[in-house]
Write a protein that binds this ligand. Structure first.
Ligand code: NCD
Length: 292
């Protein structure tokens, strides 16, 4: 693995190798990377979890991290993403984590620049590291992905998390149901009624409504959405005994998920964040070792 830009580039074997490496790090394994490397995290869209957990993963692996602030960078002077990356290549960075609002931004970089490119989220396209940490969390919970029923609910059309997970989880043998209002269906086959699938789900994965990717004239009622597509306390009661709740976060309490469910026994939301550090360590370890 030279770069990680989309789940579609990873075989089932490669996905499982990443989960196992993450598990080894969770159990205290040390990095076996020989050389010293330097990375930077270029976030052109807001981020708390993804950016901080990449930084934590890099520090845990003793990788040097050079700070980059998109809001104070020369992109504001008209420098293109490609040219910014060429600058960082010249300065000597080995790998870059990039989040950008443009779908497939990585196509202008992969194969054309020396630093490894890790996609931290491209527009509505892909979010492979989130998908891997989600898959790891499900695997940790159930010991398998085969025949696990995962219901993803929310703004499917605009969600790079749904897109990455739907593809990868299906290839791993899980059954994926997508639930959303008809106008957010995108290219997928979806259910419009959450109640039809909740009782048979092992995992209920809620998504944030991606207002920043919507037409600003769209009207939206938080209360109506919560009743129709939110994980309400009443719906949670219909879940299977061992079923879990996930959310990539940031979550909006009482919009897509009832506030009291965020930290309930079924919730794995903070476990996902914890797992994100190990998954990102695993990805960086595998990519850097590939450069030795
Ligand atoms: C997601 C993202 O950025 O796509 N968040 C994350 O990385 N944990 C989901 C979202 O923004 O709703």
């Amino acid at each position: 693995m030279k770069n990680l830009v989309s789940m579609k580039d990873l075989s089932v074997d490669q996905i499982m190798a990443i989960l196992k490496q993450a598990q080894a790090f969770r159990e205290g394994a040390h990095s076996t990377v020989k050389n010293s490397y330097t990375m930077a995290n270029l976030f052109f869209e807001p981020s708390t979890r993804t950016k901080m957990s990449f930084e934590m993963a890099e520090r845990n692996l003793q990788v040097g991290v050079i700070p980059f602030e998109a809001g104070f960078s020369s992109t504001l002077k008209g420098e293109t993403l490609y040219d910014t990356v060429k600058v960082l290549e010249a300065i000597g960075l080995d790998a870059l984590v990039i989040r950008h609002e443009e779908n497939s931004f990585f196509e202008q970089l992969v194969g054309k620049v020396k630093p490894a490119i890790i996609n931290g989220g491209d527009g509505t396209g892909n979010h492979p590291t989130q998908s891997l940490l989600d898959i790891y969390t499900i695997w940790q919970e159930f010991g398998t992905l085969q025949d696990i029923v995962v219901t993803i609910v929310g703004d499917i059309a605009h969600s790079r998390v749904a897109r990455s997970n739907a593809d990868a989880l299906t290839r791993l043998g899980a059954t994926v149901h997508l639930v959303c209002p008809p106008e957010w269906q995108g290219e997928f086959d979806t259910f419009n009624e959450f109640d039809k699938v909740i009782e048979s789900s092992d995992v209920v994965m809620m998504l944030r409504v991606q207002h920043e990717r919507h037409d600003s004239n769209m009207t939206f009622s938080k209360e109506d959405y919560h009743q129709a597509f939110g994980l309400t306390v009443e719906r949670e009661r219909k879940m299977k005994d061992k079923a879990i709740i996930m959310h990539p976060a940031p979550f909006n309490r009482d919009v897509e998920i009832a506030s009291e469910l965020v930290e309930c026994d079924r919730s794995r939301i903070f476990k996902q964040m914890e797992n994100g550090v190990y998954i990102r360590m695993a990805i960086i370890e595998i990519i850097l070792k590939g450069r030795e």
